[in-house]
Ligand binder design. Structure first.
Ligand SMILES: [Zn+2]
Length: 272
């Protein structure tokens, strides 16, 4: 069973000391997949320092050279891997970036090329801002070939571009829902990789204020019984002492379970 950790929202606005404070005793145990915003927009948002709330311009990651140097060192030592998290992470009048931006294909291609060039590493995984994707957003990701790590993605064929695999995957998810005695609207994280024509998808469990250790352990045990895998997603900027304690205790639980292997999130998509 593979267990991975994803952290969203590293961007120009990130103080490298904050990442260290949260993960200094974590990334030696499990590599942290940092979902990085290539050109983060300054606007009113909890993840952005208040002095940038009125700036309304995009900040390329390279304008924070201390962060870039730190990320390169962390990547080289295997403590983190780099995924792409949107392009600007901005909101539009009618939705989040990968629901509503007009130029999704170019945002994907420019963001991936930018991160790969700047960090000197491959980017194989995309995380949509707010885990929100339109049908058009899914089509763009499929065309890009990037694998998708989400949290509450829709599998309904009407919400997705049609691919030969769409119907079969929908049935797999339905059968799993039925096997776990869930009703239609009940929360569910499907614990297996779903493969599509050019990309694959996997859903993460979230660690946010209010999440309990018990919930995470239950989700983990369910995935384990199903022969699946587990990915936990959080945001460094809201990890306080309480969430950190839950994270450590969850990792202890996973580490004590026979057959568990901590991996970089990219490895979730490997054939074996
Ligand atoms: Zn985000």
């Amino acid at each position: 069973m593979k267990v991975a950790l994803r952290d969203d929202d590293t961007s120009y606005f990130t103080d490298p000391a904050r990442l260290d404070a949260v993960y200094h005793d974590v990334w030696n145990r499990v590599p942290v997949c940092l979902a990085v915003v290539p050109h983060a927009m300054g606007f009113a948002d909890k993840a952005i320092p208040e002095k940038y709330w009125q700036s309304h311009r995009a900040y390329p990651l390279e304008e924070n050279p201390a962060l870039v140097a730190h990320l390169k060192a962390l990547t080289a030592s295997g403590k983190v891997t780099i995924a792409q998290h949107g392009f600007t992470h901005e909101d539009f009048a009618d939705g989040h970036e990968f629901q509503a931006a007009p130029d999704l294909e170019s945002r994907l291609a420019r963001g991936q090329a930018y991160l790969e060039h700047l960090m000197g590493t491959k980017v194989r995984v995309f995380v949509p801002p707010h885990n929100a994707l339109s049908k058009r957003g899914l089509r763009a990701i499929s065309a890009s070939g990037l694998n998708l790590l989400g949290s509450f993605l829709s599998f309904r064929p009407s919400m997705r571009p049609w691919e030969p695999q769409t119907l079969g995957n929908w049935w797999r998810v339905r059968a799993y829902r039925a096997s776990t005695q869930r009703a239609r609207g009940d929360r569910m994280i499907y614990p297996h990789v779903l493969r599509y024509r050019h990309h694959a998808e996997f859903g993460c469990h979230t660690l946010i204020p209010g999440t309990t250790l018990d919930e995470l352990v239950r989700g983990f045990e369910e995935a384990r019984r199903a022969g699946g895998h587990f990915c936990l997603a959080t945001h460094y900027w809201e990890v306080d002492a309480e969430l950190k304690d839950i994270l450590i205790r969850f990792l202890d639980h996973a580490a004590g379970t026979p057959g568990v292997q901590f991996v970089a999130a990219e490895r979730l998509f490997d054939a074996h």
